[in-house]
Design a protein around this ligand. Structure first.
Ligand code: IPT
Length: 983
């Protein structure tokens, strides 16, 4: 639908009216007066601040802010020092906000027990975000989904009364416990208090199933009241799972505080379809975006900047994250995020900006260990090519304040049918924005009316670009440019503007000039001409082209920098109290501080790099990573280092040798002493999985075992005539069961992977039937090991996280013995590594994974192996990398073998469970070992728990360290406390 101007202003008028009726004053005011200048970067400055919004954008301290946020999960990077690395990279690449889920299960090993220390130090994360200059969107659930076990619900919650995600009183009592614990930290970091940078706080997550029911509304109202009562005074919101209009203001009781609740929604469109419109401007359907919530700004609480990957091994299985990054590449980011911008979205959150690792038993059944997500920053913390458009858009949104307030303007006819054109305007300044998107595969040329001139603008196939007219470049005004503006600042005595585009593109930029200015092409190719009160500059993009414009009645020179994509990602702006700094050259600028006449910069290089700095007046010296540099002043008004910065030193990784080996699973032997194990004799369960008739409950959660492997030993007498035993069991994806009778292996059963049709209704239950020869009457022992994998997420709010896990029942053919079961899962949670670090393997219960475990009695072993056993064998070794202290090396562990071999490996580095490798499933072969957990300059203990089906030779095959990336610089890394084994 195309709105006429009249209809459109009618809608806009209604919105303004709605706002003035509900606007409030105070810390959370929805501002009705014109907003003032944009506030500086986020920081905890001890002063009180206001955070509000109107229908256009967030309003912080009276100024408009477009939130350009990236999602990062602290729980997916178990090395607090590296949080600073990732947050600095976000800030440097143009984000002004970080969005953070807090996963309840990560912090709570048991009801009433909440741990925010060590790798769980949320306070430290939030402090680091503030120090880095990022606003925070905090999302503590209680439900988060997020491809984590049970969608973030603690294991123990799966074994409690009541229906989760409703107003059920038992559930709410646990929720309050969690929120009290997490909010105690959150309130210390509210931007309103000046002690942190939290500006938004999310309740629940994609809560769609009880929207119209009383219990759903009561639940949301309860969360709202609770969070307010705990002192959280920033605007609250919920993320609708699409633009459905769920939980818009007024849809539940927010204690009359409508101006403090805003509507957000998520988008994960298919990369192979044209980007959808979100309805903000009445296009794209009536329900969506701010059409559903006209008083609140367009807010994409999550928008797919990548996608998660499932286990491999089947036709529709995961293909690895290189594939996510290929289908959602740089051009995808431009097409989809520029479309969002064109739809009036003013608060964006890129899910994920850095995905990280679902280490230990964190991953939900839908994903494997790596949560790289195909994000702009990869799991090894390295920037990828798709970070470039995000970098450009982030800087654009922060440097062009005109973009914070846009109305829809008249549609234009581009004369190019393949191109979708959006036209917006800022009602206060008259600036115009055009987004041109080409959904076809061939380049098309749009004709765009730019400031009264019909300008041909080529748009490459499956790509998009944004053009502006009438924006301020400091003292001068950009009439128009066919290059995309990226940033502008005033530094020293000049204005600087950066314009970008694809390499080799011909661009035209026109400045309004009352008289003919003096133009100097300082570097690169540029043609220019002065005509009719305008300066025209034509630049074919390549590297950095510099054009200086001075005079003609304007007191401040303007330096135009034209940067192709690659070059644009090496331009860094940093704000200091004495003004902004622009740095060109290195692979990363982390921090910039000005003291006296010196600019102190920290950052990274990979290869040798030039360094050039535009700084406020008076700055004459530059110090890079603590080293004073010799510089000279350039004609561009910058200081340039006379020598290139050195690149990163080479990194040589040690081979992994001197393994020791020991088999375990003594639980399979008939004489094993299980008297300390729990009796499995319950007759009722909190599970949603139906119980078999006449047998005790065997689900592990009901006995307090929530993660990883679980053992069962069943005793029975007689049954001499039994011909087979059938074991029904329930797991997540890729679960398995293996069994022994009186110490003899019966076999392994792998949970069938559903096909494309049945995958959605998959209940993940199966029955393993093994032929048996019981023979002699008398006492027998059936030993069963179940690799449960994890609990389902509860995406649809129907308690699916409570589906049973473990053994369900047993039946014999030819006999009916009564079986008395005992059960053993994980030991008491590791107080440092947390509840999700360990399952119930014998080795784990006895510390075989820990540094310092006395393995001297183990057998020396060489890899590769090809033993054929059913059960568990451990391998341990110690290795010592010697990475140069000034080098940030990103290191992984790579396992490879003949893919026919049916075995899997749990990887422990210094006692930390770094994930699960399944040799015959994949697709993951390389596991990131985060520095901090990894000592890059000392001894590390690697322990591999190999679980083999027994149907093929087992491994491990090749096990080696892989260098994922290296940079000179990095952040100081403190070793993560990794307590060792004690007798
Ligand atoms: C949506 C969730 O909010 C988020 O937690 C995560 O699961 C993400 O998507 C996918 O990675 S769920 C939505 C795709 C139905």
């Amino acid at each position: 639908m195309v709105l006429s101007r009249r209809t459109f202003s009618a809608i806009a008028g209604t919105a303004a009216l709605g706002l003035s009726l509900t606007g409030r004053t105070g810390a959370y005011a929805a501002v009705t007066a014109p907003a003032g200048p944009a506030p500086g970067p986020a920081g905890a400055d001890g002063k009180a601040h206001t955070v509000g919004f109107d229908r256009y954008s967030m309003i912080v301290d009276g100024g408009r802010v477009v939130l350009w946020s990236g999602e990062v999960h602290p729980f997916r990077l178990p090395s607090p020092s590296l949080w600073r690395d990732v947050l600095q990279k976000l800030r440097a690449h143009g984000y002004n906000t970080v969005s953070v889920y807090v996963s309840w299960n990560y912090h709570s090993p048991a009801p009433g027990s909440y741990d925010f220390t060590g790798v769980r130090d949320l306070d430290l994360f939030l402090r680091t975000a503030a120090e880095t200059g990022l606003y925070v969107i905090l999302r503590p659930g209680p439900y988060i989904n997020a491809e984590v076990d049970a969608g973030g619900f603690p294991g123990w919650l799966t074994a409690t009364r009541g229906t989760a995600r409703t107003a059920d009183p038992t559930y709410l009592s646990y929720v309050d416990e969690w929120l009290t614990a997490v909010n105690r930290i959150a309130v210390r970091h509210l931007y309103t208090r000046g002690t942190g940078t939290i500006v938004l706080y999310q309740l629940e997550n994609e809560y769609a199933n009880h929207v119209t029911e009383a219990t759903g509304r009561a639940y949301m109202a309860h969360l709202y009241r609770k969070v307010r009562a705990d002192g959280v005074d920033v605007p609250l919101f919920h993320n609708d799972k699409g633009r459905n209009g769920h939980w818009v203001p007024g849809s539940f009781d927010t204690s009359g505080e409508r101006g403090r609740w805003l509507y957000g929604f998520d988008g994960y469109p298919s990369p192979s379809e044209p980007p959808p419109d979100w309805g903000y401007f009445g296009i794209g359907g009536p329900k969506g975006g701010s059409t559903a919530s006209p008083e609140t700004p367009g807010f994409l609480a999550e928008f797919g900047g990548g996608w998660f990957d499932p286990w491999g091994g089947v036709e529709f299985g995961g293909k690895g994250y290189a594939e996510s990054r290929r289908t959602r590449d740089a051009a995808y980011e431009r097409r989809f995020y520029l479309t969002n911008l064109a739809n009036g979205i003013k608060a964006h959150n890129v899910y994920m900006a850095f995905g990280g690792t679902s280490w230990g038993w964190l991953p939900a059944p839908v994903v494997y260990t790596s949560y790289d997500y195909g994000a702009g920053l990869d799991e090894g913390r390295r920037p990828t090519a798709k970070l470039v458009p995000l970098h450009q858009i982030g800087y654009l949104l922060q440097s062009v304040p005109e973009l914070a307030k846009l109305d829809r303007a008249e549609d234009i006819d581009t004369g190019a049918p393949g191109i979708k054109a959006y036209h917006l305007t800022n009602p206060d300044t008259g600036a115009h924005v055009h987004v041109l998107r080409n959904d076809t595969s061939a380049e098309a040329v749009a004709t765009v009316p730019l400031a009264g001139t019909a300008v041909p603008v080529p748009v490459p196939g499956r790509d998009a670009r944004l053009l502006t007219t009438g924006i301020s470049l400091g003292r001068r005004t950009l009439r128009y440019s066919t290059a995309q503006p990226m940033l502008r600042l005033t530094t020293g005595r000049q204005d600087v503007a950066v314009l970008t585009g694809r390499s080799q593109e011909a661009t035209r930029t026109v400045l309004t000039c009352a008289g003919e200015p003096a133009v100097t092409v300082l570097e690169g190719n540029a043609g220019y001409a002065y005509e009719d009160g305008a300066l025209r500059v034509d630049v074919p993009l390549g590297g950095l082209t510099r054009v200086s414009v001075t005079g003609a009645g304007v007191s401040r020179p303007l330096l135009l920098l034209f940067a192709d994509d690659e070059t644009s990602a090496r331009l860094w702006r940093h704000t200091t109290p004495s003004g902004p700094v622009l740095v060109y050259g290195p692979a990363l600028l982390r921090t910039a501080a000005l003291r006296g006449t010196t600019a102190y910069l920290t950052g990274d290089t990979v290869d040798e790099a030039d360094l050039e700095v535009w700084a406020p007046r008076g700055v004459a010296e530059v110090v890079w990573n603590g080293n004073p540099l010799r510089t000279r002043a350039t004609a561009s008004g910058s200081l340039r280092a006379t020598r290139r910065l050195p690149g990163a030193a080479p990194v040589r990784l040690p081979g992994l040798t001197e393994w020791r080996q020991k088999a375990e699973n003594p639980e399979s032997a008939p004489g094993f002493d299980d008297s300390a194990w729990r009796k499995a004799d319950r007759t009722s369960s909190f599970s949603t999985t139906p119980l078999p008739d006449g047998q005790p409950v065997l689900f592990a959660d009901d006995y307090g075992f929530h993660y990883g492997d679980v053992w069962y030993r069943g005793r029975f007498e007689g049954a001499a005539d039994a011909t087979s035993v059938s074991l029904a069991y329930v797991t997540g994806t890729q679960g398995l069961l293996m069994a022994w009778l009186d110490g003899r292996p019966l076999g392994t059963h792998r949970m069938p992977v559903p096909d494309r049709k049945t995958v959605r209704q998959g209940t993940w239950s199966a029955t393993a039937t093994f032929p048996v020869t019981v023979g002699a009457s008398g006492a027998h022992v059936l030993s069963v090991l179940v690799r449960r994998m994890q609990h389902d997420e509860d995406l649809r709010a129907n308690d699916t996280h409570k589906a049973g896990r473990g053994l369900a029942s047993v039946a014999f053919d030819g006999a009916t013995p009564a079986v008395r079961w005992r059960i053993q899962g994980e030991a008491a949670p590791d107080p440092v590594r947390g509840p999700l670090n360990n399952g119930g393997l014998y080795g784990e219960r006895n510390g075989w994974h820990l540094p310092g475990f006395a393995d001297d009695g183990w057998q020396p072993a060489g890899l590769p192996r090809s033993d054929r056993v059913q059960g568990v064998v451990w391998y341990r070794t110690v290795f010592r990398p010697a990475v140069d202290p000034g080098t940030d090396a990103s290191i992984g562990l790579t396992l490879t073998d003949d893919p026919a071999r049916a075995y899997r490996v749990q990887i422990f580095l210094n006692g930390w469970n770094m994930g699960q490798y399944i040799n015959d499933v994949g697709p993951q072969h390389t596991f990131v070992l985060p520095n901090g957990v990894l000592d890059t300059r000392g001894a590390n203990t690697l322990a591999l728990a190999v679980l083999a089906d027994g149907t093929t030779p087992s491994g491990p095959g090749r096990v080696e360290l892989t260098l994922l990336g290296r940079a000179a610089g990095g952040v100081p890394v403190t070793r993560v406390h990794s307590p060792g084994w004690e007798r």
